[in-house]
Design a protein around this ligand. Structure first.
Ligand code: ZN
Ligand code: ZN
Length: 314
């Protein structure tokens, strides 16, 4: 099968069709999304080598559970061992022997087929088109912010970063009725957001000094973390969604002096994202910038930096 492989350089190549085990399914990928994590991996993040990609929708092609064959699915990206201390305590994403498709020690979905454990699969309702279904993984990560932190009715909430993840977090917050402010570099993107969102362009060096109880950092760059540290109130919380390809050079003394909490937040529950998509209370397809045929995947990777969602159609 054809696959987009990263092994220090990125290239399309013909590789063997993966063989699912008894508890796994072989899925024919229909549509897949390029995420900033993929771009970071091509710069060395995670030291990953193999088939890239973790956001997809596909159809089950081969599986020991025959009722799943032909069904449209998305898949949770973390593959846990099931028997370590974390797995036994319901924290599979922190498994001590974790693999993550397209990110850590397991082939991803930028290929004609991908293999995942049956337990990782979620059926996609007919009313949710493929284009929306490819957003389930990042949208679940967006909703997870509001499981990571307790937002009170009086909380002043700031989202930093109007990239794909920041916009999804804003959409998720709006669907949950959470009032918030968004600061970003691309004011032209603010029109996608709910009209109740208070928006600030970061171009004018906004003065956000210590106004916010909860600051969600979703820029992926160190300026975003520096802004988060200056925008959060003493004793406030920074929710860190960014991963960085190099260590940010920021003033961590502020964390000690202002007694800040920094909460890391990664993957979320797919059920939540699917439910809100089904209810049409979030509309992430506005984020799609361009869809490339899989044969043009290298061109898509050249194009993706600085653009919103770029998809690959297999
Ligand atoms: Zn991602
Ligand atoms: Zn485990």
């Amino acid at each position: 099968m054809k696959a987009l492989v990263f092994d220090g350089s990125l290239h399309l190549e013909e590789i063997n069709l993966p063989q699912p085990r008894q508890d796994e399914a072989l899925i024919r990928v229909k549509l897949a999304g390029i995420c900033n994590t993929d771009l970071e991996i091509t710069k060395g993040y995670m030291d990953f080598s193999g088939v890239l990609g973790h956001e997809f929708v596909g159809v089950v092609d081969l599986c020991s559970d025959e009722t799943l064959i032909g069904k449209r699915v998305v898949g949770e990206i973390n593959v846990a061992c099931g028997s370590c201390e974390y797995c036994m305590n319901g924290m599979k994403k922190h498994c001590s022997d974790l693999s993550v498709i397209g990110i850590n020690n397991r082939d991803g979905c930028f290929a004609e087929f991908v293999v995942l454990p049956i337990d990782n699969l979620h059926l996609i309702p007919e009313t949710v088109p493929d284009e929306e279904a490819t957003f389930v993984e990042p949208l679940a990560a967006a909703y997870h912010v509001f499981e990571s932190v307790w937002v009170k009715p009086s909380s002043m909430v700031l989202i930093i970063g109007d990239g794909k993840l920041g916009l999804l977090i804003s959409m998720a917050a709006s669907s949950l009725g959470i009032e918030h402010t968004m600061v970003g570099r691309h004011p032209e993107r603010f029109a996608m957001l709910d009209s109740n969102v208070n928006t600030i362009s970061s171009e004018g060096q906004p003065d956000l000094k210590s106004c916010y109880d909860i600051v969600i950092e979703a820029t992926g760059n160190e300026q975003g973390m520096a802004l988060a540290l200056s925008a959060v109130k003493p004793a406030g919380t920074i929710v860190l969604k960014s991963t960085y390809s190099h260590i940010p050079n920021v003033d961590l003394s502020r964390v000690a002096v202002n007694e800040l909490k920094i909460v890391g937040s990664r993957c979320g529950r797919f059920e939540d994202a699917i439910r809100f998509l089904e209810k049409k209370s979030v509309k992430p397809v506005q984020l799609i910038d361009r869809i490339f045929p899989f044969d043009n995947a290298l061109e898509a990777f050249d194009y993706a930096p600085g653009h919103l969602k770029v998809l690959l159609r297999m």
